[in-house]
Design a protein around this ligand. Structure first.
Ligand code: ADP
Ligand code: MG
Length: 419
């Protein structure tokens, strides 16, 4: 019974460093050097405990699995840790008294460490199967060297050979099992890392679609005005069209800047903005688009609606919402836009359409990336708009009824203009 206990304890001493490594060290410790130091330390403890609590059977036959932490430490961590762990084995054996066992230990280590180090480089660059073969081969070699050295130093006897053979079987089998275990867990971790990387790539491609989407708005508007400028019977003055076109191109430019700095932490470049004035600009910009869709825009905009915001971003989000409102009415209709100060210190922007509306389920999905019911939709406009409004510490509420229309209510903290 006690033999099984001892054996299980030895096994546990291998398992603990492996699980500590995969649970606490591999992802949480960033520097490779620190990882090495921690793992050398763990394998070191494991060696000391292995030697301290050997598997005893027969009269004074004692076996331990110290070779396995030493082998793993050397194969996975390299030259320095390998030498350190070997010295540790010798010192610890010396500490527990000088006898024949110490000589055997030193001799076996002197004969096996160079061989392990020789195979270390090949091991690191090999695949799972080859690694298992190398580790098992080295374990076999170590045990044979141990058997021979022990025999030479202590003389051969049937009992000794028997004990050494049992040792060999143990060490080789356990080495095989733990190398398998290590490699399988490593494979799983690698897969996970690859998955994370592909997730990052997805975000990048997602961002580039947002980019294209956002840049297209000002381009379409500018194109519309340029077309209008070609018209000999201009409804408005040339100057105004050119002014708006230039403003739109500037906007595109700023969006590009925004996206280039997207990865970096955003500096809060908010300023005092008159939300009403921005609303009027946005309506001006979207006018051509809504007329094409036979949509009228009715406004009620109060003066003095000051908020803390970035005007380009605010416009970007308002355009997205108004564009959706226009697009929700394929047969034309009216969009109501209001901007008022509420009594509780907020600015309320309301955009209401008489369009197709949304079911409860559709409303829940609103704002998630790529959610679009339109043939050429990107499903990104709402996501961006929600993000922008939230970044101004605002909230968006959506009331919608299928077939009747949708109402967006944006609340933003009002700031009071001191003159
Ligand atoms: P896109 O406009 O490219 O489809 P959005 O993120 O702007 O992407 O909108 C996502 C979806 O939300 C739209 O496809 C539409 O189905 C729905 N939606 C947004 N606004 C409205 C609205 N005012 N009325 C009805 N449906 C809307
Ligand atoms: Mg949209």
């Amino acid at each position: 019974m006690s033999i099984i206990k001892d054996f299980l304890l030895q096994l546990t001493l291998m398992v603990i460093p492996i699980f500590v490594y995969f649970t606490f060290i591999t992802e949480k410790v960033k520097s490779d050097n620190n990882k090495k130091v921690l793992m050398t330390f763990l394998w070191g403890i494991s060696i000391i405990l292995c030697i301290s609590f050997p598997l005893s059977f027969g009269q004074d036959a004692r076996l331990d699995l110290r070779f396995i932490p030493l082998l793993f430490g050397t194969l996975y961590l390299g030259f320095g840790p390998g030498v350190f762990l070997s010295v540790l084995v010798i010192l610890y054996r010396l500490y527990s008294g000088i006898n024949m066992g110490v000589y055997t230990t030193v001799l076996v280590l002197l004969l096996s460490l160079p061989v392990i180090l020789f195979f270390q480089k090949t091991f690191v660059s090999s695949n799972k199967d080859k690694r298992i073969k190398i580790a098992v081969g080295l374990a076999l070699y170590y045990c044979l060297v141990g058997l021979t050295s022990f025999g030479i130093l202590n003389g051969f006897s049937l009992d000794i050979v028997k004990v050494q053979l049992i040792h060999l079987i143990f060490v080789v089998a356990v080495t095989w099992f733990f190398t398998m275990l290590m490699e399988t867990i490593r494979e799983i971790h690698q897969l996970r890392t690859e998955l994370l990387n592909s997730e990052k790539l997805k975000v990048v491609s997602e961002l580039s679609s947002v980019f294209a989407h956002e840049i297209r708005n000002p381009m379409q508007v500018t194109r519309g005005f340029l077309q209008l400028l070609d018209d000999p019977e201009l409804p408005k003055s040339k100057k105004e069209y050119i002014k708006i076109s230039i403003e739109e191109l500037d906007r595109a430019n700023e969006i590009i800047d925004d996206f280039l700095t997207f990865g970096k932490p955003t500096v809060n470049n908010n300023i005092k903005v008159n939300a009403g004035y921005q609303m009027e600009r946005v309506i001006n910009i979207i006018q051509g688009y809504s007329q094409n869709h036979h949509v009228k825009i009715q406004t009620k905009i109060e003066d003095d609606c000051w908020i803390d915001a970035n005007p380009q971003k605010l416009n970007q989000s308002l355009i997205n919402i108004m564009k959706n409102a226009v697009e929700s009415m394929p047969n034309g209709g009216t969009v109501w836009v209001t901007c008022t100060a509420t009594t509780d210190g907020n600015i309320e922007i309301m955009i209401k359409d008489q369009g197709i509306g949304m079911t409860k389920k559709q409303q829940d999905r609103l704002g998630s990336p790529f959610y679009s019911l339109k043939e050429n939709g990107t499903g990104l406009g709402m996501m961006v708009s929600f993000q922008i409004i939230r970044s101004f510490k605002g909230t968006i509420k959506v009331n919608s009824e299928k077939g009747r229309g949708t109402e967006f209510i944006i609340l933003l903290p009002q700031i009071f203009q001191t003159k």
